[in-house]
Design a protein around this ligand. Sequence first.
Ligand SMILES: O=C(O)CCC(=O)C(=O)O
Ligand SMILES: [Fe+2]
Length: 234
Amino acid sequence: MANPHKTSAELEEYVVKDAPPTVYYVPAFITEAEEAHLLQQVYRAPKPKWTQLSGRRLQNWGGLPNPKGMLAEKLPDWLLTYTEKVSALGAFAGKTANHVLVNEYRPEEGIMPHEDGPLYHPTVTTISLGSPTLLDFYRPVDQTQTGVLQTEESRYMLSLLLQRQSLLIVQGEMYEHYLHGIRGVAMDTLTEHVANLSLAGGHVGEVVPRTTRVSLTIRHVPKICHTNLLLGRK
Ligand SMILES: O=C(O)CCC(=O)C(=O)O
Ligand SMILES: [Fe+2]
């Protein structure tokens, strides 16, 4: 079946075949110099730009998405370069990304399994900076199995090894049906459940220590409201 999201042919060599449709993993999407520049820009942001959450902190760029529509704010040039570069690959079906979430995780920090939900549907893309991590995917709780205890462990499906400087694109069933999260551990041990092991240059049994990782989650938020429309309303 043809990919309904029409990503460009260029990407097809990066599809992760051992995962449900569709994941693309592009190693070395940016250079080490670009990574250093991006990290410098992230840490140059004023302190109030950071929101501290339990287990990570984040910066929101492009506006605050909400179900009624995002009040769009212009992205700074240092992010625009990359929202355009990722969009040029066809990741957003011809549209241009307009939103970036910057997450910073120290070792032993992570993010609980979650779905990104309808606001960003149908594509999420992530550039990783500073440190590798495993991103884990889980099956949703099976509502028909009410009597059975469904632990996180029993719902675990697979992991992706995200190396620094890489780009990840998640769409389709992998976006809509499964949950994703990052365990709060100081190091990751690679297993045969890492679906992109060879693309990411890892091997089974390898222990990958974590240092501070910064991720740029680049998305297209389709529902936009413009300032002039808001201001024009009585
Ligand atoms: O840091 C990452 O790679 C994942 C972030 C994430 O899942 C999110 O912000 O929704
Ligand atoms: Fe997420």
